[in-house]
Design a protein around this ligand. Sequence first.
Ligand SMILES: NC(=O)c1ccc[n+]([C@@H]2O[C@H](COP(=O)([O-])OP(=O)(O)OC[C@H]3O[C@@H](n4cnc5c(N)ncnc54)[C@H](O)[C@@H]3O)[C@@H](O)[C@H]2O)c1
Ligand SMILES: N[C@H](CO)Cc1c[nH]c[nH+]1
Ligand SMILES: [Zn+2]
Length: 427
Amino acid sequence: MKIIKYPKREDWPGLLTRPVLNFKEIEASVSPILEEVQKHGDEGIRRLAERFDGVTLGDLAFSNKEIDDAEGQLDEALKEAIGQAYRNIYLFHQQQLTAPEKVETMPGVTCWRRSVGIEKVGIYIPGGTAPLFSTVLMLGIPAQIAGSKEIVLCTPSAHPAILYAAKLVGVTRAYRIGGAQAIAAMAYGTESVPQVYKIFGPGNQYVMAAKMLVSKEGMAIDMPAGPSEVAVYADETAVPDFVASDLLSQAEHGKDSQVLLVSTSVSFVEAVNRCLMEQLEALPRKDMASISIDNSTAVVVAHADEAIAMLNEYAAEHLILCVENAEEVSERIVNAGSIFLGNYTPESCGDYASGTNHTLPTNGYARAYSGVSVDSFVKKITVQHISQQGLLNLGPLVEVMAEAESLQAHKRAVSVRLKQMNEYNEK
Ligand SMILES: NC(=O)c1ccc[n+]([C@@H]2O[C@H](COP(=O)([O-])OP(=O)(O)OC[C@H]3O[C@@H](n4cnc5c(N)ncnc54)[C@H](O)[C@@H]3O)[C@@H](O)[C@H]2O)c1
Ligand SMILES: N[C@H](CO)Cc1c[nH]c[nH+]1
Ligand SMILES: [Zn+2]
């Protein structure tokens, strides 16, 4: 792990830049993929799957039989774990649905908002390096709670746990399509894949770039959720072995994942680094090969205030606070996707089963975006009702405002009603 001690303030931006993402280059390779699907539909998808996944696709959709048979291929312990994760995630997300409250802004003028599930949603489930069936729960459960009628799933992996989870969350159609071509299929629609109204889900840099490109063309997306990352802020109350394990857990997502440790203690950082090396060496050879710590950095700062300023500038997807008074410190964090407090709250628990959502903004987007929630799957429609008395109260001031904007037809829509009410009252 690279260790940087007491960097100058002006060096922070360079230090905190996610090093591997060059959006211009990635977009240039993703644009032709989108075009191929737009022009050639299913055939384009098949060609791209051969090229990028090395597979020859027959039917693009998983059959009902494949989905039904998936359950039989999972052992009981995994099914039970998925079941408990489902219940925790459901419980946490269900609280996010709030009942509409009617507000009387003036006597006789009532306004409220209704939440309506987006009817057709597309969820992308990463499966290039690992079959992330937990993501099916993270996207499917809020879609279910929101009341989305059509849930289309795309993934490059045919792992039975993905298909089993898809059935649990009520996916209507599932397709064996991965990468940017999956995003294109759901954005434009093809002979087999229906076009959706909003696309959700994390993925590698190609998937994330594809989502951003189709969003420029008007497709709604949840957020830019690319390669996973974690920042840990730890002091001497933290356990170096635990911190090292958290850093490795996100480095495991791929070579483009970045992990960052911030601390005010040089000796603590060095202890974490030793643990990191020991843990890496203890891994079986095949796992060792898949974890890269090339993008791991530890920064030692002089003061807690500086650490908090740095973390707010970095805006991590996941932020673990293993410091004294972690909850108080968390109140000072304004940019992060999801925060984990204390020595016994590993990020892995949020990744799978504590209840919160693991689809979160990466690459600094946590400055402006939230992670996925039920809100991401609903539209809020405002409704209002004005009684005759309400129009008598509100109408005259609308007439004044419309007149001032030189919009006579707007004014008339009020005047015609006020006039009718006056005539009626005079009779
Ligand atoms: N931010 C989040 O909330 C979050 C959550 C879970 C996972 N993730 C991230 O999701 C990612 C999963 O990545 P993955 O690769 O395992 O699976 P993936 O499903 O995202 O991508 C695999 C697909 O990428 C395409 N591809 C591969 N090489 C390509 C190339 N050179 N050009 C164009 N397309 C190419 C292939 O078609 C393949 O099907 C990881 O980076 C992980 O960190 C993020
Ligand atoms: N850490 C990933 C991004 O939040 C989610 C995940 C899925 N499986 C394991 N981890
Ligand atoms: Zn993870």
